[in-house]
Design a protein around this ligand. Structure first.
Ligand code: MSP
Length: 520
């Protein structure tokens, strides 16, 4: 057992509306990595949570005539529940309204103020409430927010600033010394040009609303929601918030998964704050793409084009949704979420390739060997190519998962599934079954197929935990721990292997579900 650690995070989500499939994307990706690393013996810390302060939340609560805390209590629960539905194995769930977090934010703010990295000045500029972001005139696009293209408000007030401008050079040398810090490469180029254009100091306090963490030495001001949010990655580990043994153990983070529009905060502001605190910088910030609706606009609550993940999981199963999210597009690119595409993937990859393979193999063992495969088997030389391919697949999956290439890792697994389906066509077990003398060969063919399925179940368990368990249950392996190294070994099943009855893994979808995809 190795004792290396692995720390993976998602953004903390604004609980300003119900979670949608776009939010689920990042959390599912982080869950796959966390499960995979655990299988490989890492001591994993997987953090997610909700980002509960700011003007947007304050306004929404006011509209509903409730206090902001009541509002976020209710909304944050929805995220927690959704992660249960999605079988997410986060170790912690941080809420920025947690007392320990608020205290730590104040301590960090004070530390930077005392060091001179935070100073008092006057803010003049444009503010986008939905994005909780400040912009100078030249950053606006047609006088609108450059991120969400909505209206911005003029703001002018006394405020505290973080000296981001003095970190430009340090950031550039950090990027050069750590070429894999920002992924994918295209995002790194964006950040480089951003810095080269010149970094402005960041306004890190507001005084026009009160729903936030108070500046500890000046309670007319609340701390800017992004400052409050970014430090969650360290406060959740106990930094300035009690016992810091987890901070010592897990920091720096191995990877922050974030959407492409917030890479800027994580790859520029966050490392600069960490540099100011003399702390190490995370190893990777991975900016994933957006899910777009059929008409190619970003799926978002305000546009009313979101897909409800709960309805989707109820109708088609959590694993199918997890699979679609990670297979449909390379991690880093945008993708279209439409029923047509979901249906196509479901029926071809899940129902036809994997579902049929498992169903055909199980049905043959049940029918031809109800008491278990024959002891006497007849392996042939050419079986080696399937066997060797199966044994080598997990090395390919490792390479892709270690670089967060989920769609390619799934393609590796699916190549093995296709090889198994081809092997069935080539070996024609139904013909072997007709002749009693050929039953040892038939047993050997089925044994090989189930060895492949055993290996597939291990690799799939990070992506599709429920289906992997269903396969293992029918193979009577459910009481055995899943061990990643077993995916590299052949011959672990009993020779007299038998199977339990079960239902189809992924029954084909024939109908169109209007409710889930009404807008698409
Ligand atoms: N609260 C901040 C993050 C602070 S992290 C220190 C925030 N919250 S958010 O709820 O607006 O967005 C959270 C994440 O969800 C972002 O990474 C964003 O990219 C992602 N997504 C929201 N809609 C999305 C899609 N339609 N598609 C993919 N991801 C999307 O930003």
């Amino acid at each position: 057992m190795r004792n290396e650690t692995f720390y993976v995070t998602t953004p903390i989500y604004y609980p300003s509306g119900d979670p949608h499939i776009g939010h689920s994307y990042c959390t599912v990706a982080a869950d796959v990595v966390a499960r995979y690393k655990r299988l490989r013996g890492f001591d994993v810390m997987f953090l997610t949570g909700t980002d509960e302060h700011g003007q947007k939340i304050e306004t929404l609560a006011k509209e509903k005539n409730i206090d902001p805390k009541t509002f976020v209590d209710e909304m944050s629960l929805k995220f927690k529940k959704l992660w249960q539905t999605f079988c997410i194995t986060n170790d912690r769930f941080i809420r920025t309204t947690n007392k320990f977090h608020k205290k730590a934010v104040q301590k960090i703010f004070l530390k930077l103020y005392e060091k001179g990295d935070i100073y008092k000045g006057k803010y003049k500029g444009w503010y986008c409430v939905p994005c909780e972001s400040f912009f100078i005139e030249s950053q606006l696009v047609n006088k609108k927010c450059p991120d969400c293209l909505r209206s911005v408000n003029w703001a002018q007030e006394e405020a505290y600033f973080f000296k981001l401008s003095s970190y430009s050079k340090k950031l550039i040398s950090f990027y050069n010394e750590n070429p894999n810090f920002i992924c994918p490469q295209s995002r790194k180029n964006e950040m480089m040009s951003f810095i080269k254009d010149g970094l402005q100091d960041v306004c890190v306090s507001r005084s026009s609303f009160s729903w936030g963490v108070k500046v500890p030495f000046d309670d007319k001001h609340v701390i800017y929601v992004w400052f409050d949010a970014l430090v969650n990655y360290i406060t959740a580990l106990g930094y300035e918030s009690g016992n810091n043994s987890d901070f010592k153990k897990f920091w720096p983070a191995d990877v922050h998964f974030v959407g492409k529009e917030i890479v800027r905060f994580h790859a520029i502001i966050w490392p600069a704050i960490l540099m100011a605190l003399n702390l190490s910088i995370p190893k990777v910030v991975y900016g994933h793409g957006w899910w777009l609706s059929d008409n190619s606009s970003k799926m978002s609550k305000s546009k009313g084009n979101v897909v409800d993940p709960v309805l989707l999981c109820n109708d088609y199963g959590v694993d199918a949704v997890r699979y679609f999210l990670l297979k449909e597009v390379p991690f880093g690119s945008d993708g279209v979420f439409s029923f047509k595409l979901f249906l196509k993937r479901f029926n071809s990859d899940l129902a036809n390739d994997l579902g049929n393979l498992f169903h055909r193999c199980s049905a043959m063992v049940e029918k031809y060997f109800p008491n278990g495969l024959l002891d006497e088997q007849e392996p042939l030389k050419h079986d080696d190519s399937l066997k060797n391919f199966a044994k080598s697949t997990s090395t390919l999956v490792e390479k892709n998962l270690d670089s967060f290439q989920f769609s390619f890792a799934l393609s590796n697994i699916w190549e093995l599934i296709s090889s198994c389906n081809r092997y069935i066509e080539d070996e024609k077990p139904w013909d072997l079954a007709k002749d009693q003398k050929k039953h040892p060969r038939l047993a050997s063919v089925l044994y090989n197929l189930f060895e492949c399925l055993r290996i597939i179940s291990i690799m799939l368990s990070a992506f599709m935990p429920k289906s992997a368990m269903t396969i293992r249950k029918q193979m009577l392996l459910d009481d055995k721990p899943i061990i990643w190294e077993d995916s590299k070994n052949w011959g672990l099943l009993f020779k007299k292997f038998s199977i339990a009855k079960g239902n189809a893994l992924f029954p084909r979808i024939e109908h169109k579900n209007k409710q889930v995809f009404s807008n698409l």
